[in-house]
Design a protein around this ligand. Structure first.
Ligand code: 5AD
Ligand code: SF4
Length: 468
């Protein structure tokens, strides 16, 4: 969970918005875009909900109990709103993101203090939704009754939200996200994304290039291209042809000042030859790839509707490593999918042992309502899922730590992104996306500096800036 605080915009603005972001980088990007939409309405960013006139919870539906966490946060906000109203002021509460999409009206029914429910496809309509919410609130304050609570927009509109969002403002210390693709047509049986984010959609090439240039002009030297299924990108180019992600990356790399490119999240089926080649040929494309495998058992992969086998994945890894031998691989793995046997789980451990991941995210399967896997027989007991997750995480933690240890003594170009906990320390990213802590002047924020790695922890590196 991250709070989006890109700083306030001057003293003259009267209203403040606090945006709390749960979940993935798509949501971080969307929160920034919501801040962009609200800025022309006079909303500056608040650091806490207490300072805010409008609180937006940008929610994530992937994790277990995600909705429950949102409801308990809403309960606290309802109390704040009641206190405000007693003082003759107001607090507008909006729920955005995938929980908003998935639960829709149910949210406003369960928590009537919610003013706005807005799905991920409708953020450009926030100004209208806010105006409508204010109108309703004024009627209520005047003591009149109103049918129905809250204002809802969870449609998948025919027009794209990207056509309506203003240009991005938030570049944080040299690194920015750029959303190029949204939604997913893969329908993995455990996943809510095809339902909450809708069908796969790629932004046109011209819009992506224009936004990239704006971000670079605003100080970004690293761009992370985002999409739920980013390597399925197939954007329309001005000449009517369709560009793949590889083609787009090659073009983005030509932008003056573009030092680093990354993309996430990819599906193994969409790693085409050109994209693999780009990893060997485009110097700006960082040697790090997040490539979820989910399971090492073919039986479970089929039940997950992943459309690849364990062997397909291993072959793919071989081809990627042939193109870029030093690439650091990261993955997502689910344990305890319905019907997973000890043997299936051991196949996952075997695949992990064979690939040797630099980084990984692992989860206990949790049934998401509305997905096919939620209705499957043989849901596994929690205790079994927990013990498998434990075993898997021990192996993954050893691999990450070992990868970090192999970096000691090497010198990496590090992009410094933020201040460290101790004063005089900055935290940056290696090409392999590791966090690197080093003594550094804050003037180096947003710059790429050679750092000699002197220490490796389980999840980060320490280093010393090399004299130029
Ligand atoms: N249960 C557990 N993990 C899930 N993920 C997605 N849906 C579920 C679920 N129902 C994990 C997948 C995906 C990552 C973003 O979250 O591993 O790649
Ligand atoms: Fe979900 Fe990813 Fe599968 Fe699409 S490819 S359904 S986003 S897990």
């Amino acid at each position: 969970m991250k709070d989006v605080r890109t700083g306030s915009e001057g003293q003259c603005q009267r209203k403040r918005v606090f945006i709390r972001t749960y979940g993935c980088q798509m949501n971080v990007y969307d929160s920034d875009r919501m801040a962009d939409v609200l800025r022309p309405l006079g909303y500056a960013l608040a650091d806490t909900p207490e300072q805010a006139d409008l609180v937006v919870l940008n929610t994530c539906h992937i994790r277990e109990h995600a909705s429950e966490k949102v409801y308990s946060e809403l309960g606290r906000l309802r109390d704040t709103k009641a206190e405000r109203r007693a003082e003759g002021r107001d607090l507008t509460i909006a729920v955005a993101g995938c929980v908003a999409q998935a639960e829709g009206e149910e949210i406003a029914r369960r928590q009537p203090a919610v003013d706005i429910v807005v799905g991920p496809q409708a953020y450009h309509r926030l100004p209208e939704l806010l105006a409508e919410a204010e109108r309703k609130s004024a009627i209520l304050r005047a003591g009149k009754r109103l049918p129905g609570a809250g204002v809802l927009d969870t449609e998948f509109p025919a027009e794209s939200k990207f056509d309506h969002l203003p240009s991005p403002q938030g570049v944080r210390a040299g690194s920015a996200f750029l959303s190029i693709q949204e939604g997913c047509d893969k329908f993995c049986t455990f996943c809510v994304v095809p339902y909450t984010r809708g069908a796969e959609y790629s932004r046109p090439v011209s819009a992506v290039l224009a936004e990239a240039k704006l971000l670079v002009a605003a100080g970004a030297i690293e761009l992370t291209l985002l999409g739920q299924n980013v390597n399925a990108y197939h954007g329309e180019a001005p000449d009517g042809s369709t560009w793949s992600l590889a083609r787009l990356i090659r073009e983005l790399a030509e932008i003056e000042g573009m030092a680093r490119l990354r993309y996430t999240t990819s599906h193994p089926r969409d790693m085409d030859d050109d994209l693999i080649r780009a990893h060997g040929e485009v110097p700006q494309l960082m040697p790090y790839l997040h490539l979820p495998v989910q399971s090492g058992s073919d039986r479970i992969l089929a039940a997950m509707n992943r459309k690849h086998t364990a062997r397909d994945y291993l072959k793919l890894v071989e081809r990627i490593r042939a193109a870029r031998p030093d690439i650091a691989l990261s993955t997502d793995i689910i344990v305890g999918f319905p019907g997973e046997t000890e043997r299936d789980f051991e196949a996952t451990l075997a695949l992990v042992a064979e690939v040797d991941f630099a980084q990984a995210y692992s989860f206990k399967y949790s049934a998401r309502p509305g997905t096919p896997a939620a209705k499957m027989d043989e849901q596994l007991p929690e205790a079994l899922k927990s013990s498998r997750l434990d075993r898997l995480q021990q192996l993954l933690a050893r691999q990450t730590h070992h990868f970090n240890q192999t970096c000691v003594g090497k010198t990496f170009p590090v992009l410094f992104e933020r201040a460290g906990r101790q004063s005089g320390q900055l935290i940056g990213r290696s090409p392999y996306l590791q966090s690197v802590h080093a003594e550094a002047d804050s003037g180096l924020l947003g710059r790429i500096i050679p750092v000699e790695i002197s220490g490796a922890g389980p999840n980060s590196l320490t280093g010393v800036i090399r004299a130029a």
